[in-house]
Design a protein around this ligand. Structure first.
Ligand SMILES: Cc1cc2nc3c(=O)[nH]c(=O)nc-3n(C[C@H](O)[C@H](O)[C@H](O)COP(=O)(O)OP(=O)(O)OC[C@H]3O[C@@H](n4cnc5c(N)ncnc54)[C@H](O)[C@@H]3O)c2cc1C
Length: 465
């Protein structure tokens, strides 16, 4: 650690207290990492990256003082929630100081159906408190028990609930966010409604998110169903129709082809070898109708369990979204994944991918309510997306699959890059760059992640513009 870092360390220790500063050992290692190892490409690129230190401020004043000290010392500043991101979003590429938000986790209010919380609040806690007050989160990742509101808005996209409410970018879901600038005299900037989009999914490069106001949905009591069929196609027809039933109050429609269900060991006693399965979270009052409809289509309900209040496991959500990939990698470490948005011709796209890459791709589908800007379709259309499993052969083969997807019109949010622009979901990148210039004038925030930002004081190579 050089002399400048030693001085900074003693300054930060004085601000947060010795117990809230970590500068070595396994904890620093953990606080420098996320789940980038899902990608063999990112594993190679990011494995060796470490922060010089990590701090856990316990108040806004401490946070402000930490940021000011880092700015004076001109060191990289990398915000961190629970570290469950998948693309190395919170990995400090050039070292510096990781700011762990876990102590900035107050629920300020749930009034009027808006969760007003500090950015470090865990989504599971917010969901639990919201349900007590008659509300629920509109959308949340499958890591909802652990991950933070700030981490979700800065690193995530959508998930459970997105079948009805879309993702974090969908109009109205975020009412406002408050960002702290990365300056010697940090300021607070409040962005409301559509304006907040310029700071969403920007990997902590456009300010430190300190407060979030997320609109909630009226609480629904859900049943968790697993529907099973030996026929992928019959199940696909049924799931797709169910997803488009706007009168069904749903939080999740997910379909897996066999052998993906075989990776879900704790569910084994409920599942039939060889069958594809669909998970449905539906209003308890509508579950019987859904089961009867499935039965009429030759599809059996093999599992039905109420989601309790307050929420207690078992949660089917633990097997969905990017949890599916986790179960798959546990079963077979050669597995990796894609994040895909299919077109209205999704059946042909599946067939083409199967034809071009036989035995290399398994389909895991997630239906969502569309986000017009992101997917270039009408907002009220339901989209077929998903996180297909890929049996990894080589980086070249992975590139071939990505190129094929592009050719046949499958949208890919590439999970094998840490550059935010290459990960997709940035139709407004120029606005994001402009906002970064306003809130991070010395380009200290998570340097190296916004590839098209022209300034990176820590890089040997100039940034790509
Ligand atoms: C098993 C598994 C399943 C997942 N399922 C989903 C899913 O369903 N949907 C989904 O969208 N994602 C999913 N993810 C990714 C991830 O869990 C979520 O995006 C999650 O919400 C991230 O929250 P976090 O608190 O862990 O953020 P972190 O990983 O800590 O941070 C994410 C990014 O946000 C930045 N950041 C964090 N806090 C702040 C702050 N206060 N201010 C500024 N920047 C900040 C970090 O620098 C980083 O760039 C999954 C990941 C795993 C491992």
């Amino acid at each position: 650690m050089d002399a400048q870092m030693v001085v900074l360390k003693s300054e930060l220790r004085a601000i947060v207290g010795a117990g809230e500063l970590v500068d070595s050992g396994e904890t620093l290692e953990t606080l420098s990492k996320d789940y980038f190892w899902y990608s063999p490409v990112l594993l190679r690129q990011l494995e060796s990256k470490r922060a010089d230190m990590a701090v856990r401020p316990g108040s806004m004043d401490e946070l402000r003082a930490v940021v000011a000290a880092c700015c004076r010392a001109r060191v990289p500043v990398v915000p961190r929630g629970a570290g469950t991101g998948n693309y190395g979003q919170c990995v400090p590429i050039y070292g510096g100081v990781v700011i762990d938000f876990s102590r900035l986790d107050r629920i300020i209010s749930l009034d009027g159906g808006v969760a007003h919380v500090e950015a470090g609040a865990r989504l599971g806690t917010v969901e639990g408190e919201a349900r007590k007050a008659g509300w629920e989160l509109r959308c949340m990742p499958s890591t909802w028990m652990k991950s933070t509101m700030g981490g979700f808005l800065c690193g995530g996209s959508g998930g459970i609930g997105s079948i009805t409410w879309g993702g974090i970018n969908a109009p109205g879901n975020v009412r406002a966010i408050t960002m702290m600038t990365c300056e010697e005299n940090p300021r607070l900037v409040r962005l409301e409604e559509a304006e907040s989009l310029k700071a969403l999914h920007t990997y902590g490069t456009t300010g430190l998110m300190v407060e979030v106001e997320m609109r909630l949905a009226p609480k629904v009591d859900y049943d968790q169903l697993i529907l099973s069929s030996p026929s992928w196609d019959a199940l696909l027809d049924w799931s797709d129709a169910a997803a488009r039933r706007l009168d069904w109050r749903k939080r999740l429609v997910t379909q897996f082809e066999w052998p993906i269900p075989s990776y879900f060991k704790p569910l084994a006693k409920h599942l039939r070898p060889g069958d594809s399965i669909t998970f449905l979270l539906i209003d308890r009052a509508q579950a019987a109708e859904a089961i009867a409809q499935a039965k009429a289509a030759g599809i059996d309900c093999v599992y039905q369990k109420a989601l309790t209040d307050p929420p207690r496991p078992p949660f089917l959500t633990d097997y969905t979204w990017n949890h599916t990939t986790l179960w798959a990698i546990k079963a077979d470490p050669t597995i990796t994944y894609l994040q895909a948005g299919f077109g209205p011709n999704f059946r042909q796209q599946f067939a083409e991918l199967r034809r071009r890459f036989p035995g290399e791709i398994l389909f895991h589908l997630e239906w969502t309510a569309g986000n017009a800007k992101m997917m270039r379709i009408k907002p009220d259309e339901v989209l077929v997306g998903g996180i297909p499993i890929v049996f990894f052969k080589s980086e070249e083969r992975l590139d071939e699959i990505l190129r094929c997807c592009e050719e046949i019109g499958v949208y890919i949010a590439n999970p094998h890059t840490y550059f935010l622009e290459e990960g997709g979901r940035h139709p407004n990148i120029a606005e994001k760059r402009a906002f970064k210039a306003e809130v991070d004038p010395a380009a200290l925030l998570n340097p190296g992640k916004m590839k098209t930002y022209p300034v990176n004081p820590f890089a040997r190579e100039p940034a790509v513009s």
